[in-house]
Design a protein around this ligand. Sequence first.
Ligand code: SAM
Length: 205
Amino acid sequence: MVQYQLVNRGIYDERVLKVMSEIPRHEFVPELYRHAAYDDCPLPIGEGQTISQPYMVAIMTQCLELKGKEKVLEIGTGSGYQAAVLSRLAGHVYTIERHEALALKAKLVLQETGCNNVDVITGDGSLGLPDKAPFQGIIVTACAPHIPKSLIDQLEIDGRLIIPIGNPYNQVLHQLVKSEKGVGDRDILECTFVPLIGKEGWKME
Ligand code: SAM
């Protein structure tokens, strides 16, 4: 997985590559799909949601440019796999999931895999987590119609927000960097994520 799907496609952050070669991705995948846990695709995890493709996890993590001590917020816990990757690269991870059943499952597997610096919260993450802000990194693993203002507000100066923006069919992954002068915005790649549903996301379901 690491050589063919990540290195060969240009993932260069050695810390990201190391962590993704160590974390048992199969532990985060439902029994039924475990045989495909290291395949080059997203997989169903229940509640109509997915664990992201390994390459997408790697590029999003690389874009955060973590050094090791950061407080990071993830929106869209899903299986907990992305949070596990972040937990080995940052100081502390808060991760929010709107489906309670997924949040509970993720909490358990994160504990079992020794990710002790992760707090899993159930709720609408489109509003961020103001009580724990500011964050040095925020990563949104669901697609938003626009950049949620709450998330920019909760980002520290020099912090990064990684978020897919677009409609349910065409999205672009953005890397936003907050500075004293404003917010820089760089397009990373085209992608397809499930929708971010909430007050600053899509108002459906
Ligand atoms: N990062 C996940 C992983 O490693 O398995 C994959 C996440 S999946 C592509 C997107 C997740 O975002 C889904 O589990 C979905 O329920 C969740 N989600 C959607 N809108 C949300 C919101 N407003 N707040 C929190 N979670 C949300």
